[in-house]
Design a protein around this ligand. Structure first.
Ligand code: GLA
Length: 373
């Protein structure tokens, strides 16, 4: 008897994110994602493990839904998305949930030099290159395979010259729902010619469900410095301390508290849209903590990347209607993009984003959920 009680207590400890009852999850219908585009089949996959579930599609290797338990034992879908492939293809917002690349974030004027040769990438953001160009990874149909209940793997072959990038590049991304309530993203890539690479996931999070105000969430970013930019959001090359600025998130702070500041970088970004440099690059450290007191959900981001772009949804305009009629309004979702620094190929003092023949690019990023009451 004693043994049974002990075992039960132990089980409760191990499965600390498990609810007593099994609430409903508003899963989307896979049928609504069946389509053939450019001769390739689009699909929606569902992965689950204990109390985390995600739906992902091979259209842009994108996260469509992500379910985590709130403090009342209900599931909240904590990412923006659309309820059908038609809605994704029609949306004016192109960056809800996909992997962006080959180089996520911006490259000034789309230009860089590699091994003495100058390259010109496509231009799609003012005079700059953003998120791999208008035909970047987020627009492609990846080859996908569900490996088991909790794992889907996807890969994409990016031909030499695509959007101006050198080298045939093959990238693979595996999504895993893990037993400890996390969604894990593992990337790898190889090339047949020296190239540059910086893929990242562009999910918009709202821990209350997707159409609520996200500015009341608190945020912690374990970063002592950031990369100031020009008006076009291209880094100047300076690495500046966050101390005494509205970009200091070393202690958890409500996002909305300083977002209207007249500090020049905030004005340039129209809110938060900056690259924070982690104080210590390590997969073991909680690098970002996003928390909503309303739902009680906390998300911790772990990543082996050196930096994160935190973007507070400043360009969102509510034109698109998302899942379950949610309006993707101004600042109702926040992107936390684990990455190398923007414009890295043009700054010798930034970490290298160069990938050579025979090398393998890898990245691991984890979004882990828990409840704080
Ligand atoms: C990133 C950029 C933003 C914006 C979004 C997409 O987060 O930093 O400026 O382009 O992507 O809307």
């Amino acid at each position: 008897m004693k043994k049974t009680v002990y075992l039960l207590a132990l089980t409760a400890l191990v499965a600390s994110c498990a609810p007593e009852k099994k609430p409903e999850m508003a899963l989307l219908n896979a049928k609504d994602f069946e389509a053939t585009v450019d001769g390739k089949e689009i699909e929606l996959f569902t992965i689950k493990n204990n109390d985390i579930a995600a739906q992902v599609t091979n259209f842009g290797a994108r996260i469509v839904s992500l379910f985590a338990l709130d403090k009342d034992g209900e599931y909240q879908d904590v990412v923006w998305g659309y309820e059908s492939i038609d809605a994704y293809l029609k949306a004016t917002d192109k960056y809800s949930g996909p992997v962006v690349g080959r180089f996520g974030n911006r490259i000034g004027k789309g230009q860089f030099t590699l091994d003495g040769r100058e390259y010109q990438l496509s231009i799609n953001d003012g005079e700059n290159h953003l998120h791999g160009g208008a035909g970047g990874f987020s627009t492609k149909i990846w080859d996908a395979k569900q490996l088991n209940d909790s794992t889907v793997t996807m890969s994409y072959f990016s031909a030499d010259g695509e959007e101006g990038y050198p080298g045939n590049l093959t990238i693979t991304l595996t999504y895993t729902a893990t037993a400890d309530c996390a969604l894990k993203l593992t990337y790898s890539a190889t090339t047949d010619q020296t190239t540059i690479i910086n893929p990242t996931s562009h999910a918009y999070f709202n821990l209350n469900g997707t159409s609520d105000n996200a500015m009341e969430h608190t945020l912690m970013i374990a970063a002592d410095s950031f990369t100031p930019t020009d008006k076009g959001l291209i880094p100047t090359g300076e690495i500046r301390s966050v101390a005494g600025t509205p970009l200091d998130f070393r202690a958890a702070t409500t996002i909305g508290e300083r977002i209207e500041s007249d500090y020049e970088p905030i004005v340039f970004g129209g809110g938060y849209d900056h690259n924070w440099i982690f104080s210590k690059q390590s997969l073991e450290h909680p690098q970002v903590r996003l928390y909503s007191a309303k739902s009680g959900i906390e998300m911790i981001m772990y990543t082996d990347q050196p930096a994160v772009q935190f973007y507070s949804g400043n360009f969102m305009d509510g034109i698109d209607t998302g899942k379950r009629g949610d309006k993707h309004n101004y600042r109702t979702g926040v992107a936390l993009e684990a990455q190398n620094y923007p414009d890295a190929p043009n700054h010798d003092n930034f970490p290298s984003s160069v990938l050579k023949i025979g090398e393998t690019y890898t990245q691991t990023t984890i979004y882990k959920f828990s409840i704080r009451k």
